[in-house]
Design a protein around this ligand. Structure first.
Ligand code: BDR
Ligand code: CA
Length: 311
């Protein structure tokens, strides 16, 4: 199995991404989960990460709390999408498993320092603050990272928090800029992909039909989460943004993209946080990321439902 660290701000879709990873031990070994401030403040994201581990029957997973605010400026949250707790929808018990004492950034640095080159894959599902801080504090960890597979950005689908920016990148553009300039191989799941991974009514029914606590919780989460997208975009169900990352690590053949140059706009008056993807190769700048554009949604939901059924 591929060794991964999930960096996350749960978030209903983060929760589903974590459940998919924990349900797939033959493909993925989760070395730890690092929480970051994003959808809701850090005190809630680290708690939600532990709630999700317990839902998966994995209280042994180590969860670390990381950065509570972006590198520059104030934290922007998304309660309007995810609800007050960040995990609104299902009624899940408070976690009893402990939060680790170490800071998430220390855990990232120590784990990568100790690992052989190219062994550990990072999976950021929220703002890139923890990852950028680790790269900034310990530059030598960059070659240790096999790949960073992240959810963030948009190209043809433009933005969801401003007209041009996707939430995860917008919350901490300075951090994103460090990550995109790091030289680490990057695979990006932008809105262009995730807005095609929609939990339609039959897909939601399939989660519920699993007849398990995890299936019920995922159905209740996506029921809640879809209210925002249906109202805002008229989309047919909630987009499962973050699970695209863990699904890609299990079934890369479900995704299509291009290896292109992606720069992060940190200054634009109207475009701060935009992922400027050179889709047509007109800039002459060197490619630094595989920017995905398409997903086999039927295959993705078949995989997800099947794996969730194991929990
Ligand atoms: C991203 O922002 C968050 O609200 C979601 O969890 C996802 O990571 C989508 O723009
Ligand atoms: Ca997220």
């Amino acid at each position: 199995p591929r060794k991964i660290i999930i960096d996350t701000d749960p978030g209903q879709d983060d929760a589903v991404a974590i459940l998919l990873a924990l349900a797939s031990p033959e493909d993925l070994e989760v070395l730890g989960i690092t929480a970051v401030a994003g959808n809701v403040p850090l005190a809630l994201t680290q708690k939600n990460a532990r709630i999700v581990c317990e839902l998966a029957g994995r209280p042994d997973i180590r969860v670390f709390a990381g950065c509570d605010r972006p590198l520059a400026g104030a934290l922007v949250t998304a309660e309007h999408v995810h609800g007050k707790t960040g995990l609104d929808g299902p009624a899940l018990p408070d976690p009893t498993m402990p939060l680790q004492d170490a800071h998430a950034v220390a855990f990232l640095i120590e784990t990568l320092r100790a690992a052989p080159e190219g062994e550990v894959t990072l999976c950021p599902l929220g703002p890139l603050t923890n990852i950028a801080t680790a790269l900034r504090e310990a530059r030598e960890i960059a070659p240790k990272i096999r790949e960073i597979v992240l959810m963030g950005g948009a190209y043809f689908e433009v933005g969801n928090i401003t007209p041009t920016a996707e939430f995860n990148i917008f919350v901490d553009p300075e951090a994103a800029s460090i990550v995109f300039a790091s030289g680490v191989p990057l695979t990006v799941m932008p809105l262009d992909v995730t807005h095609k991974a929609l939990v339609t009514k039959p897909r939601n029914d399939a989660f519920r039909a699993l007849g398990t606590a995890a299936g019920d919780a995922v159905a209740a989460m996506t029921d809640f989460f879809e209210r925002f997208d249906r109202k805002k975009y008229g989309s047919d169900g909630a987009p499962l943004h973050d699970p695209c990352v863990t699904a890609y690590l299990i079934r890369p053949d479900l995704f299509r993209g291009r290896h292109v140059n992606v720069e992060i706009e940190t200054e634009g008056r109207f475009t701060r946080g935009m992922t400027v993807a050179d889709w047509w190769g007109v800039s002459g700048r060197a490619p630094n990321a595989t920017f995905m554009g398409d997903i086999d949604a039927a295959g993705f939901f078949a995989l997800l439902t099947d794996r969730l059924g194991r929990l």
